[in-house]
Design a protein around this ligand. Structure first.
Ligand code: CAA
Length: 478
C-alpha cells in the first residue's frame, strides 16, 4: 500500500501512476477543498484517457477505486511506502517527514518527490534516514517515462534497489543518482528555461518566437515558456533559488521576470495565466511581394534557390541582404554602402529562420526578411544581433552543462541522454544532439558566447575542448 501526500498536479499524477499499476493508494491532502481539487485532477486525467480510448470506463473506475482520499495523515500508518509531493519548501517537507516518521511503521520507506531540495536534509529530519529516498517524477506524471531515484550517502542499498525495481513495475525508466541540487534533469533543464526568460526580459526576441524557435527549430515538444507554464512558475522560481544557493552561478539566479510573475500570482497553467494566457489573435505571417534579395556568407545557395523558386529576384543592390554569419552581423553591416538593408540569417532545422536585425537595420528590411522566410515556408524568428541569436544561445550552454555533468562523474552519458529524452520528451539527449551538431561547431559557438558575455559558464567545458583538439567527433563511451 502506497501513500501520497499532496494532491496537486504532481501528487495526483503520482497517485494515478501507482493505481494504474494495481497498487492501493491513500491520497492525503491538508483540507477538504484541497482534497476536492486533487479528486478533480484524478478525474480529469483518467477521463481524458477514456475519451482518447486509452482506458475503458470500467478500467477507469477500477483505477479510481484503488485510491482512497483522506485529510488525515494518521491513515498512512500501515503504508509500505509514502511519497510526498507538497510544495518545494524545505521547512514544509522537513516538518511533514517528522510527522510521517512518527505515524508510519518503522519499515515504511519515505520518499520525497522534491525537484531540487536536499534529500539528505529531509532524511536527517527523521529517525530512519536509511529508509528515506528521492523519487522524482516528471510532469505530467502519467505520461513522462522517467523517474529519478535519488539515494543519499545513508540510504540503505536495499531501499535504492527496491524503489528502482518498483519504478520498473510502474512502467517507468529509473535513473539512479546521488543527491545534488536539481539531480540530472532539473540541473540541465531549468538553467535553460531561466535563460530563455532572461533573453525575453532583455528583449532579444519575443515569447512566441523563442517558443517557436525551440519547438520547430530544435524539435522540442514545447517551447521554454509553454514548459515553464506547465511546470509552474513558482516551482521554477524555487528550483532556481536552490540551484543558485548551491552553485552561486549567476546563470542560476532566478530571472527577475519569474519573480514578478510569481508575485503577481501568474503561476502558469494552474492559475490560467503565466507567460502565456493573455493571448490575443495570433499574428498573421508577414507577406511580401516584389522584394529583391541578395544572400552572402557561407553556403548561400540553398536559400537563394528557394527564394528564386518562390518568385523573388536576386539583385546586387537589393531591398534586403541576408547574411549568414557566425560573427556579429553589424561587423558586416558597417562595411556596406547601405547597412540598413542587412539582416543576419541563421537557418535552424528545416522550419525556422532566425533573423538578426542590427542597430543599423531598417524596419522595412527586417519586415522584408521575415516575409521572404515566410514565403519559403520557414517560421521567421526576429531577434537582436547577439552571439548565438536565440537557439544557439539557449542550446549550447545546455549541452556544455551536460558535458560538465558527465565529466564530474555524477551520471553516465547514457543516463543523461535517457533522462532528457524520457523526462522532457526531447527528441535526443544532449550527447546525441552534441554529436549530430558537431563537437567543433558547438565548441566554437560557446567560444563566441563566452567572448561576448565573458560568462565563465559559457567557456567550453575542458573535456569538450580537448575532444575537439584531439579530432574526436563523438564522446568516448565504455
Ligand atoms: N495528464 C495526463 N495525461 C496527459 C496530460 C496530463 N496533464 N497531458 C497530456 N497527457 C497525455 C494525453 O492524454 C496523451 O495521451 P495518449 O498519447 O495516451 O493519448 C499524451 O499525453 C499526449 O498528449 P497531447 O496529444 O494532448 O499533447 P502533446 O502531444 O502535445 O503532449 C506533453 C503533451 C506530453 C505534455 C508534451 O508536450 C511533452 O512531452 N512536453 C514536455 C513535458 C516536460 O518537459 N515535462 C517535464 C517538465 S520538468 C518536471 O516536471 C520536473 C520538475 O521537477 C519541474
Amino acid at each position: 500500500m502506497v501513500g501520497v501526500v499532496g494532491l496537486g498536479t504532481m501528487g495526483a499524477g503520482i497517485a494515478e501512476v501507482f493505481a494504474r499499476a494495481g497498487l492501493r493508494v491513500i491520497g492525503v491532502e491538508a483540507d477538504p477543498e484541497a482534497l476536492a481539487r486533487g479528486r478533480g485532477h484524478l478525474e480529469r486525467s483518467t477521463g481524458r484517457a477514456v475519451d482518447r480510448g486509452k482506458l475503458t470506463g470500467g478500467e477507469r473506475d477500477e483505477i479510481l477505486g484503488r485510491i482512497t482520499l483522506t485529510t488525515s495523515r494518521d491513515d498512512l500508518r500501515d503504508a509500505d511506502l509514502v511519497v510526498e509531493a507538497i510544495p518545494e519548501i524545505l521547512d514544509y517537507k522537513v516538518s511533514l517527514l517528522e510527522d510521517l516518521d512518527r505515524i508510519c511503521k518503522p519499515e515504511t520507506v519515505l520518499a520525497t518527490n522534491t525537484s531540487s531540495l536536499s534529500v539528505t536534509a529531509v532524511a536527517a529530519a527523521t529517525g530512519r534516514p536509511g529508509r528515506v529516498i528521492g523519487l522524482h517524477f516528471f510532469n505530467p506524471a502519467p505520461v513522462m517515462r522517467l523517474v529519478e531515484v535519488v539515494g543519499t550517502v545513508v540510504t540503505e542499498p536495499s531501499v535504492v534497489a527496491g524503489i528502482t525495481e518498483l519504478s520498473v513495475r510502474l512502467g517507468k525508466t529509473p535513473v539512479t543518482v546521488g543527491d545534488r541540487a536539481g539531480f540530472v534533469v532539473n540541473r540541465l533543464l531549468l538553467p535553460y528555461l531561466n535563460q530563455a526568460a532572461v533573453l525575453l526580459d532583455l528583449g532579444l526576441a519575443g515569447r512566441d518566437e523563442i517558443d517557436a524557435a525551440m519547438r520547430l527549430g530544435v524539435g522540442l515538444p514545447m517551447g521554454p515558456f509553454a514548459l515553464l507554464d506547465l511546470i509552474g512558475l513558482d516551482t521554477a522560481y524555487e528550483i532556481m533559488g536552490v540551484l543558485f544557493d548551491e552553485t552561486r552561478d549567476r546563470r542560476h539566479a532566478p530571472a527577475p521576470v519569474l519573480r514578478e510573475l510569481v508575485t503577481a500570482g501568474l503561476l502558469g497553467r494552474k492559475t490560467g495565466r503565466g507567460f502565456h494566457g493573455d493571448e490575443t489573435a495570433p499574428r498573421e505571417p508577414e507577406q511580401v511581394a516584389g522584394v529583391t534579395f541578395g544572400v552572402a556568407g557561407d553556403d548561400p545557395s540553398s536559400i537563394a534557390e528557394a527564394l528564386t523558386k518562390a518568385g523573388f529576384a536576386g539583385s546586387d543592390d537589393p531591398d534586403v541582404l541576408l547574411r549568414f554569419s557566425d560573427r556579429p552581423v553589424v561587423e558586416h553591416a558597417v562595411r556596406l554602402r547601405r547597412p540598413s538593408s542587412l539582416v543576419g540569417v541563421h537557418l535552424v532545422g528545416d522550419r525556422v529562420a532566425e533573423l538578426a536585425a542590427t542597430v543599423l537595420t531598417s524596419p522595412e528590411a527586417a519586415r522584408a526578411a521575415a516575409g521572404l522566410m515566410t514565403a519559403i515556408g520557414r517560421t521567421p524568428v526576429p531577434c537582436k544581433d547577439r552571439a548565438g541569436f536565440v537557439v544557439d544561445a539557449l542550446l549550447y550552454p545546455y549541452l556544455n552543462d551536460a558535458v560538465r555533468m558527465y565529466d564530474s562523474g555524477y551520471a553516465s552519458i547514457a543516463d543523461i541522454d535517457a533522462a532528457m529524452r524520457l523526462g522532457c520528451g526531447y527528441p535526443a539527449g544532449p550527447f546525441e544532439m552534441l554529436e549530430s551538431l558537431g563537437l567543433a561547431r558547438v565548441r566554437d559557438g560557446l567560444r563566441a558566447l563566452y567572448a561576448e558575455h565573458r560568462e565563465p559558464a559559457y567557456a567550453p567545458a575542458p573535456l569538450l575542448d580537448h575532444l575537439v583538439t584531439a579530432g574526436m567527433t563523438a564522446l568516448p563511451r565504455p
